[in-house]
Design a protein. Sequence first.
Length: 521
Amino acid sequence: MNLQAPENFTKVPHSWDVFSDVKVWLEEAVFGHRLWPRQNPWLLLLEFLNVAEAQQREPGGLFAAQEPARLQPYALSYRMGLRNILFNNDELAEVAALPYEDETLWALWFKSMEGAEAAPAEGFDYLKRRFSRFHDFADLVALVRQTTLEGENNRRWSSRFIFPFGAQALFSDAIITGGDPRRDYINFGRTGEILYLMLSRAKRVDELRPKLAALLAPDQPKNRLIGLLNAESDGRPSLQMKGNSFLPYRAHPAFDRLAEDWLAILNLGLPAQDAFGHLAPLASLHVMLYQLETAAVWAGKVRPSLVCEIIAPRRELVRQRSVASFNENDALARQALILYAETVLSEADWPADETSNLSEDERLERASELLKQEFSYSVDGRHGTVEALRLQFEQAAESKLDENAGQIHLRYGRYVGLVSRRGTNRNRYAPTDELLKTLVITRVRKRAEFSKFLADVYIHYGLVFGPEEARSALTTFDFNEGAFGKNRERLEARLGSMGLLKRLSDGCAYVLNPFAKDSSQ
């Protein structure tokens, strides 16, 4: 893999604010700050779009050249007027059902909104000026509410989101304290900022820039409709973001593949609603692959392969190989961090040798200084021996990994429909129809011979379906041509049932992109 690490690794100076809330700077040093496992694909995309729209308003514009170590500061909006109307407004439907004139309906609804939390300073009177009929307003609210993006962490009204129709529909996650909103980190954990940095450093960023800018253009009809619900104050960014997310690599093949896939979707000319439906899972998939590939480099291993089972009526060898493939990849992050920490401490002259000229107290002081300097790790009090201190550091790092970056492979894999426990109690790679469709329309320009499609998704993503790819990815002991031949046949049948594959008169099976302008060529 042509990954620029570790000789071109860009370290964050310890004086930066990014360290103020990080107690063990280890997974951040290897993968970035930060990969947040609680963000499903839509939340990741929403955070990215918030960052992109904000950066587009800055003098440098979208994807302007960034200092390699950090994102530039930017400003976001809370849009509490819009959010109150959509999510803190249970009485609207009841008022709209009353048999009264518009004036009375407006008055009743305004009354119901008195005391609304974090309401715009100008109130809600602006709505009466923008809508000639109360029911037009109520109908638009009902329509927009249907686009609410549900997630496991957005049950609070101030942490709910709608489909990203444009800049007017974008806002930061928020929690209300003392009547005022402030940023919350339940749904947006900075991985959207990491995604923005990944794309800004991709080789084809100049091609991607106008495509994304068009999606955020203010004159799009649906964006203008959402704008009717926004208060004047909603349009004034009030949340200043430091932009201190950290991505350690100036270049990475994962960045380039992500941009390539997004361009493939955007070049199809799909409506924004359909395009976003594929951009979101692709973003999460490539963040997951970025972590796996980076971990493999630091662990001294080859690029990971992901053996995928097309679910069979009964347990077969491919399922066993898929389970083993998942488990092996799931251990990569931990292995990478252990080796990275060992390398850093060794190069920093860790005082491990008791026969050195240092006394025990001097060794302990030296060890404490190194852990603080290299990993921002410190503990109160004396900890007996250097070995005990080292063990405590390793346990703290592993505990943090289990809660954060160590969950990315499993959680993101499930979110995008790649990892499953269907038919078994063990995780393995078993892609859903939705993910397979996204892969087809992303990687197939018009049509592609089935074997070439399998070879392409293996080269591009590391996904293994058929015997040719399995022979390359697995050891002779793990490989069985017959088993993977059946897996290939099941995938062919599945794509055929989805209308994504046809067998022609020449006897060849072709994978078809249904959104290509001419899939027959």
